[in-house]
Write a protein that binds this ligand. Structure first.
Ligand SMILES: Nc1ncnc2c1ncn2[C@@H]1O[C@H](COP(=O)(O)OP(=O)(O)OP(=O)(O)O)[C@@H](O)[C@H]1O
Ligand SMILES: CC(=O)C(=O)O
Ligand SMILES: [K+]
Ligand SMILES: [Mg+2]
Length: 569
């Protein structure tokens, strides 16, 4: 089988570069106001009429009145506005995940987050009822359909580590220094007796010993076990703080985490299985698995899901000692990973978390799996409208490590400033990405070959070469035509200087590509004829004002394995 590399270098190259430079001038102004492009506040039908010729077949889905012909290219409204406003180079590469909770579950609140750049909405099955989760999913769906967003949905399982009960319905409880609280495995009627916490793990009272240290939420609040009375464990508060419903509990003895018994808990509990069935039925895009210990559970779940849906990606949450030990096999088995620093920081000493983060991000990139850095990125913004300098530095570091995505937890779920927190993530991402690009500071990461077949090796080599050429030639964008999304992720893995336009025929692939660094996913029908695909794409994107004549593009595809360097006619 002949696998040709086509290099179609245009004659007009020199002249058109100056046009490219001109188009990149569009990028230089980016005032704060641009973050909320005005057009997004109008219905999409109004945006469309600005675009000129609907006769070019350029439509955004679901604008109220059904389109006369099927849409021929779909891109989310935020990427489109960003491209038009700022040009290619200044689009954001780092993706943003928001945990949805009481502070963000309303339709308008979700819309504000979508406008603010939320790529993925996360629902945490630790909290809320199934009806509540269904409502959030429906809101996101409706937003996508009616307003032209492409927000993907991630369901995060509860997992079966030890955690507190729901505080008898209270939003939080304050534990003060020197107070004695009762941790119990008994079932109580609500409201709970004063200073009483229920624990979900039946073996709890048996397993703890007097003198053990009990950490809530990885040390946000600390207790010392002072007495055991049957199912009740009396604990003295030694570090005061706020107790939140269902907060995780760990216990430490002589400076080490006690984990013999809870290591026997299944990764996927019976409730998790029900939640996973719910996620499959609701058609979520990602399922994040809490407290993964080995690849086995991921493989098991993969085959369970494969029999029911082709469209769900599995994200392994790295938040335990075992998951660090088996990191490579877990990442290899999964479709992506999350650095779940909240629980991770309760299971290993806090000062080891940054090195673990760096390692997880690196392994994921080498194995070509998207990676999310999560928890406490902007923790103070739960209460305050501005982040601390230290938080900004932490976000910058995750962006500098070139992780695929950053995640908000309490900041967007129950904080007072979900939109502002997202604005900070977006602003810091853009700034750091630009700075590192301009300064050419990105260290070259060695990317080992990962292909398992000869055809895959060709794809991989093509993507590595195309990304390198894109940097050397300073092209405006990489185009990739991909049915499964694989070639798009291979390009993303190279972290090229220019954005990657990923064209795919499938809505669900398009939504899932949303999690990957630097990809702007489009839905587009295409054929095996690259020449006609390119011409069609150029005219559709030009009609939408998303590219201009003279822009320089490198195109690759997974049907015809080729690299083409083309000026937009
Ligand atoms: N659906 C929800 N309903 C009510 N509160 C929520 C909801 N989702 C999140 N929260 C609140 O936001 C906080 C942070 O959310 P997040 O899901 O990241 O936390 P978490 O419980 O620490 O995560 P995990 O259990 O995955 O380790 C939670 O502790 C909880 O107080
Ligand atoms: C996100 C999560 O599960 C954690 O940080 O523990
Ligand atoms: K969870
Ligand atoms: Mg966790």
């Amino acid at each position: 089988m002949a696998q040709a590399l086509h290099f179609t270098i245009p004659l007009s190259h020199t002249t058109s570069r100056s046009v490219c430079k001109l188009s990149s001038l569009r990028t230089s102004v980016s005032p704060f106001l641009r973050r909320y492009p005005i057009s997004l506040r109008r219905p999409i039908s109004a945006v469309q009429s600005d675009l000129g010729s609907p006769s070019a077949g350029v439509l955004i889905s679901g604008n109220g009145s059904p389109p006369a012909e099927p849409p021929t290219i779909e891109v989310d409204a935020v990427s489109e506005a960003e491209l038009k406003e700022n040009g290619f180079r200044s689009t954001r590469r780092t993706k943003l995940v928001c945990t949805i909770g009481p502070a963000s579950c309303g339709f308008d609140q979700l819309e504000a987050l979508a406008v603010g750049g939320m790529n993925v909405a996360r629902i945490n099955m630790c909290h809320g009822t199934r009806e509540w989760h269904r409502m959030v999913i429906n809101h996101v769906r409706r937003l996508n359909e009616e307003k032209g967003f492409a927000v993907a949905i991630m369901m995060d399982t509860e997992g079966s580590e030890i955690h507190m009960g729901d505080l008898g319905g209270a939003a939080s409880a304050k534990a003060e220094d020197g107070e004695v609280w009762t941790f119990s495995v008994r079932a109580f009627d609500s409201p709970l007796p004063d200073r009483t916490i229920t624990v979900n793990y039946d073996g709890f009272a048996e397993d703890v010993k007097v003198g053990d240290e009990l950490l809530v939420d990885g040390g946000m609040v600390r207790f010392e076990v002072i007495e055991k009375i049957g199912p009740d464990v009396k604990c003295l508060c030694t570090d005061p703080g706020l107790l939140l419903p269902r907060a995780n509990l760990t216990f430490w003895r002589n400076g080490s985490l006690v984990r013999e018994r809870n290591a026997m808990l299944p990764t996927i509990s019976s409730k998790d299985w029900l939640d996973i069935d719910f996620g499959i039925a609701e058609g979520v895009d990602f399922i994040a698995i809490s407290f993964v210990k080995s690849a086995e559970v991921i493989n098991h779940l993969k085959s369970y899901i494969a029999a029911r849906s082709q469209d769900i990606s599995l994200i392994a949450k790295i938040e335990s000692v075992d998951s660090l030990k088996n990191l490579e096999e877990i990442v290899l088995a999964s479709d992506g990973a999350m650095v779940a620093r909240g629980d991770l920081g309760a299971q290993i000493p806090l000062e080891q978390v940054p090195a673990a983060q760096q390692k997880i991000v690196q392994v994921c990139r080498q194995l070509n799996k998207p990676v999310i850095v999560a928890s406490q990125l902007l923790e103070s913004m739960i209460e305050y409208p501005t982040p601390t300098r230290a938080e900004v530095a932490d976000v910058s570091e995750a962006v500098r490590q070139r992780s695929d995505a950053l995640m908000l937890s309490g900041e967007s779920a129950m904080g007072q400033y979900p939109d502002k927190a997202l604005t900070v993530l977006r602003g810091v991402s853009l700034r750091i990405e630009k700075w590192w690009r301009e300064e050419k500071r990105h260290e070259v990461m060695e990317l080992p070959g990962i292909a398992s077949s000869f055809a895959d090796r060709i794809s991989e080599e093509i993507c590595n070469s195309a990304a390198k050429m894109a940097n050397n030639l300073e092209v405006d964008a990489l185009f990739v035509y991909t049915k499964t999304g694989h070639m798009a992720s291979l390009l993303s893995r190279c972290r090229p200087d220019c954005p990657i336009f990923a064209f795919t025929t499938s809505t669900s692939v398009r939504r899932r590509l949303n999690l990957q660094w630097g990809l702007i996913p489009f839905r587009l029908g295409f054929s095996d004829d690259m020449e006609s695909n390119l011409n069609r794409t150029f005219s559709l994107l030009k009609a939408r004002g998303m590219i201009q004549s003279g822009d320089l593009v490198i195109a690759v595809s997974d049907m015809l394995q080729s690299v083409q360097v083309i000026n937009v006619p």
